[in-house]
Design a protein around this ligand. Structure first.
Ligand code: FES
Length: 70
């Protein structure tokens, strides 16, 4: 099993580390610009699905930590 982590950065993107394939809605592979890569969580990136740093400019405030129970 691949060792992949997705970390929610404080008031920022999801940082994806490891050997993972990112697919678009049609199932086509999307090549990240670099690895590890960051996925936009604020919804304001002009390079979705990747983070372009806009979250800092708009003062994005992420929700508190994810619930620990499924
Ligand atoms: S999280 Fe960085 S631009 Fe959206």
């Amino acid at each position: 099993m691949a060792d992949v982590t997705i970390k929610a950065l404080p008031n920022g993107p999801y940082l994806v580390e490891g050997d993972v394939t990112l697919l678009d809605p049609t199932g086509q592979a999307v090549v990240p610009p670099k690895r590890p890569f960051a996925l936009c969580r604020c919804g304001s990136s002009s390079k979705k699905p990747f983070c372009d740093g806009t979250h800092s400019k708009i003062g994005f405030q992420a929700a508190d930590a994810a619930p620990q129970t499924p």
